[in-house]
Design a protein around this ligand. Structure first.
Ligand code: 8YV
Length: 326
């Protein structure tokens, strides 16, 4: 029997290509070229599976144009690049990479929170620019993290990881808002209390966004929400671009209506709103919250194992629309 054909849309660890090649005819993109939508569609012709990393839009037009496609395995926990109902109607399975990145991403959320509150990158730029000629008592004085109120919007696995770090590591009071309230045992393990979104905005000294992107969460934080936050507050977004109105945030930062922000994700990334590049009180990182070597390997292997599990053994590991298996 000929091996099924698959497409790996972006460069990935060579060991993952080798693993996939044991089961499939693999067309890869180890040169990491930026393919247009038309190129992606052309390369997907005749492919039973695709390995994607979150930047490729898998929608009704694509699945219609690729009738042999049976599975798209995202190397990401987020899957807002998938039109899941359209995939399900076309009987195309979608998979993601939950769990393997939870703790690494929670670590980074905390790193960004610390860097933002304590003005780490702003002060480093000052030093590198040769501006540090004398010490002064209020130089880069920021805000405390320990003992402060940590607000979390979106209390899934990663949000819970951040809550645990805040409550148990930094003695923080943790409040959260989520579509649905957690059960009492999970709240206790996270040391977190449920509040309304309005209370969350009002109470948080540090607000971390960890909710999935959808039409409903688009601009969940815009000018009106920023206006409800404390002028001393920091905002951290490790979720998705588009959850924050970046233009409104840049203006709030410039006018010091909130103290600082830390952003790993941006509307229209890898483009960054030009106003964010010129305000000093924002820490900017290029979507690296899950970027440790062991975690990126675990994500890539899980995406590969979903392709192998489904196309070879009929059993994907982490299906998003298991109804297509029925
Ligand atoms: C990924 C992410 O690295 O998992 C996610 O949803 O945002 C990141 O961990 C990114 O999507 C590229 O795969």
């Amino acid at each position: 029997m000929p091996k099924p054909a698959i497409l790996v849309a972006r460069a990935v660890f060579p060991e993952v290509i080798d693993k996939l090649a044991q089961h499939f005819e693999v067309e890869h993109n180890q040169a990491d070229e930026a393919w247009s939508r038309e190129q992606l569609l052309a390369k997907l012709q005749g492919k039973a599976g695709a390995f994607t990393t979150g930047g490729e839009r898998i929608d009704a037009d694509l699945v219609r144009a690729c009738p042999q496609l049976k599975i798209v395995a995202n190397m990401a926990v987020g899957f807002n690049n998938f039109d899941l109902p359209a995939m399900t109607s076309a009987k195309v399975l979608g998979t993601n990479t939950p769990d393997v990145l939870t703790e690494t991403t929670a670590d980074f959320g905390f790193a960004l929170l610390m860097a933002t509150a304590r003005r780490v990158t702003e002060s480093e730029h000052y030093l590198r620019a040769g501006k540090w000629t004398k010490w002064s008592f209020d130089m880069f004085a920021g805000s405390d993290v320990h003992g402060a109120t940590l607000g979390i919007l979106g209390m899934g696995r990663i949000g819970q990881g951040i809550a645990r770090r805040g409550a148990h590591g930094f003695g923080m009071r943790v409040v959260y808002h989520n579509r649905s309230r957690l059960d009492a045992a999970t709240e206790a393990a996270c040391g977190a209390s449920y509040v309304s979104k309005e209370e969350l905005l009002r109470q948080a000294d540090h607000l971390v966004l960890v909710l999935p992107y959808s039409a409903a969460s688009h601009h969940a934080i815009g000018a009106a929400e920023l206006a409800q936050m404390k002028p001393t507050a920091t905002l951290v977004n490790i979720a998705r671009g588009g959850i924050v109105d970046d233009a409104a945030l840049a203006q709030a930062l410039r006018e010091r209506r909130i103290a600082a922000a830390g952003l790993d994700v941006f509307e229209g990334e890898p483009k960054v709103h030009p106003d964010l590049l010129t305000v000093p009180n924002v820490v900017l990182t290029p979507h690296i919250a899950s970027a440790t070597v062991p975690t990126r390997k675990a994500m890539a292997h899980l995406a590969a194992d979903n392709l192998i599990g489904f196309l070879v053994h009929g059993k994907p590991l982490t299906p998003l629309n298991p109804e297509v298996l029925a």
